[in-house]
Structure formats: C-alpha cells, structure tokens
Ligand binder design. Sequence first.
Ligand code: ADP
Ligand code: ASP
Ligand code: MG
Length: 452
Amino acid sequence: MQVWKFGGTSVGKPERMHSIKNLITEDGNRKIVVLSALSGTTNALISIGESLKSHNDAEATQKINELYAHYESFIKELYSTEAGYAEGKAIIEKEFSFIRSLVNIKPFSVKQEKEIVAEGELLSTQMFEAYLREEGISAALLPALDFMLIDADNEPVLKFTEEKLGAILGQLTDKQIFITQGFICRNPRGEVDNLKRGGSDYTASLIGGAIVAEEVQIWTDIDGMHNNDPRIVKKTFPIRELTFEEAAELAYFGAKILHPSTITPAKMKGVPVRLKNTMEPAAYGTLIADKTSDREIKAIAAKDNLTAIYIHSTRMLNAYGFLRRVFEVFEKYKTPVDMITTSEVSVSVTIDNDEHLEEIMAELRQFADLEECDKDQTIVCIVGNFSADKEGIALKVLEAMKNIPIRMICYGASEHNITLLIHGKNKAAALNALNERCFLYEDAMKDIFSAP
Ligand code: ADP
Ligand code: ASP
Ligand code: MG
C-alpha cells in the first residue's frame, strides 16, 4: 500500500481534481490518498476566525459568503451530472451551515478557531470522494479525526494511528482507494486540532509510518526538492536523491515544500518519501531514502524570524555545569533551540518560538550576563556530504558569503550540515551568492541534476 498526498494547488481547481482521479487510478495499486484544503481556503478560514475573535461578525459573514461563492462555482465545474452536483451542493451546504453556526458562539475560543480551520480538509475530501463516485470509482472516505491524535505537547501519537487505522483498514479489505484529510487531528481533550500549517505532508508521513507503507508520495506544484529556494533564487534545479537526514534538515530549515516534521515518521519506519509534481507527473521528482549521491553541497534552505540570544558566564573560566543550567531554562519553557555556538565563557543560541522570551531572559540573567538579543535573524542551512576528510567545503561557503555579515557559524555537528546565522534583510543576497558559488559554478552538477 502507498500513501499519496496532494497539496492545496493540486486540488485547487476542478480540472486538477479531474487529473488527480486519473493519477490515483492509473496504476491499479491500493493507496491512501491524503488531501489538503483547496488552495487559499485555510488562509480564508483563519481570517474568518480572526474576524470572529475580534467580534467583527459582519466582516466574518462577508468573508464566509465569499468563500461559499468560490465553492459554489467550483462544484459547477467539478461534477458533470446533476446527481453529482446535487451531492456536491449538499456537502458544501452542510459544512457552510456549520461554519455559519460558529458566528453565534460567544466567546469565540481557540476550540472554535480549530474547528473552523479544519473545514478546508473536510470539504475537499468529501467533494473529491463524491466526484470519484460520480465517475464510478468506489473509494472509502476515512475520517482522520478517528485515527489522528496529538498529545499534550502537540506531538502526534503514532501508536494510536497504528491501532485505529489498522483496525479501520482491516474492515475494508475489498477497497482499493482510501481518501482522508491531511492536517486535522484530535487533541487529548477530544477536540478538533491540527498539525500546524502545511501539516498535510506530516499526516501522509504519519500514516505511511503507521501502516509501514511501501512509499509515501507528496504531490505538489513543483518537480521535487530544489537545490535552493525557487521563490527567491532564479536558477534552481530539482535534486534526484536525498537521504532522510538531508531532507529533514532542509524541511526543518525552511524548504517549504515539506512540513518540518514530515521526514521523522518515514525515517523511523524506513518508508521512502517521493516528491512529485501534479502538473508534470512524468518528471522524476525527488526520492528521499537511505541512499545518497556523492555530491558534496546538495541544497540550501533558509528559516526566518529567529531570535538570537547571547549568554556569557559570570563565573571564571573552566566552570562546569554552565551549559546544563542554560539548557534547563529552555527546557523549562519548552522552547527548542535551533542553533548553538560556544566559546570558553559564552554561548549563543537561536530560538524560533519567542513566546517565553522574557521569562527565559529573566531566568538566564540569574546566573549569566546577557547581551541585547537580536530579532529578525535568518538561518541559512547548507546540506550535503561533508565528511571530516573533505577539504574546501567551508571555504566555498565563506567565499560566497564574503560580502554578507555572518553572526554565527556551525560546522561539524553532523556530516551533512553547515549553518550560518545572518540578518533577515540579507537572506536573498546570501541564497543567491551561495547558489552562484556552490552550484552554478560547479561542473559536477550534472550527475545529480541530469534526467534519468
Ligand atoms: P502544497 O500546497 O502542495 O503543500 P507548498 O506550497 O506547501 O505546496 O510547497 C510547494 C512550494 O514550496 C513550491 O511551490 C516552492 O515555491 C516552495 N519551495 C520552497 N523551497 C523549496 C525547495 N527547496 N524546493 C522546492 N520547492 C520549494
Ligand atoms: N491546509 C493546511 C494549510 O494550508 C494544511 C496543508 O495544506 O498542508 O496549512
Ligand atoms: Mg505544503
């Protein structure tokens, strides 16, 4: 069994849903199809929630009407029969009457906010299943809320998915195609919750891990993981192969094509992940597995909006226990540290979530001197094969960065990552300069970028 996930743009137009029907049925294999919401829907639902939170009911109602109109015209093109259209209409009426009912709930809490954003995936999957039925394809619609669960730390409970989904699939041995919602799940209070923005990729990988799928395929609007951010850099190329570690670093450090946690469950269960282009299905895409190519620098990604904290020990040189005390503070506030550099008496770290910044700084000040922290920092992450006996890699990176101020550098933490911290305003310049020096300049590019 395979797990195929289609993102927002892949389901965002009626004709895209038509082509997905062909894609998922062509090979005749059993698969679980995970769908995102139609592109733009999750943003619209979040914005409706914001209007309701700020007691602007008239504005919320107007936004709901606009979204409803979009779905009304979508289903006119999605279905070709009257019966199909009637089914589609019934689905949107039901879901929009739920959305409208939330306007009257006061106060509008986080619980309702989560319920409203879940509507995108609930709509897309029901509409698609009804379309398949119209086309004579009998697929089973599996409610993700029955088998996707997060714990009190917002971490998915894979064991729960293994058991629940295993039992559901055990009852449906005659079915070939299963459709389910990406992104949405329940929390320990039994409420509707989600896996954060872009979370449908994570759903696919969690399901793939739970059933130990043959492969997880992430279908999107680009032909695989590119060597650099295609939204910022002009000449980028798809990478044919990445290891789980390399892909995880790129996803975590900003390659938007994958939700940051996608790789973890797949890697844990040894399930390969393939990135494919819905608009160009014949393109090779990227295969993420254990195998790697010899290329040294493979790809670059960047993660924005980080805060750098600079901590100096108030005690003498050779003091031990200092780092432990520093990290205990971050642990206490459940704040992950992304990047660390140390000298004998100082340690600098970056954090992504600055919700508890004030408390963290106050506690650190009890045993350390702190400099003013820097906001709007960007991590640039360079990924590849950097085994300790290789020479010249850091030189290439630093040459590229010769005109860009660097605040922190990490090299040697693993054999596949060099990380730089720069000011956010220099991100585009840094990504372009690294692309010029580390890729366009290199003849060796051909072996990983050429067609099969
Ligand atoms: P989906 O809606 O299918 O989940 P996303 O918008 O989340 O799609 O992810 C695909 C987008 O990720 C691409 O259109 C591209 O602009 C962006 N992206 C950012 N970095 C990379 C990268 N290194 N390789 C490929 N795409 C990337
Ligand atoms: N619809 C959700 C989002 O826009 C999840 C996803 O698309 O992966 O974030
Ligand atoms: Mg995405």
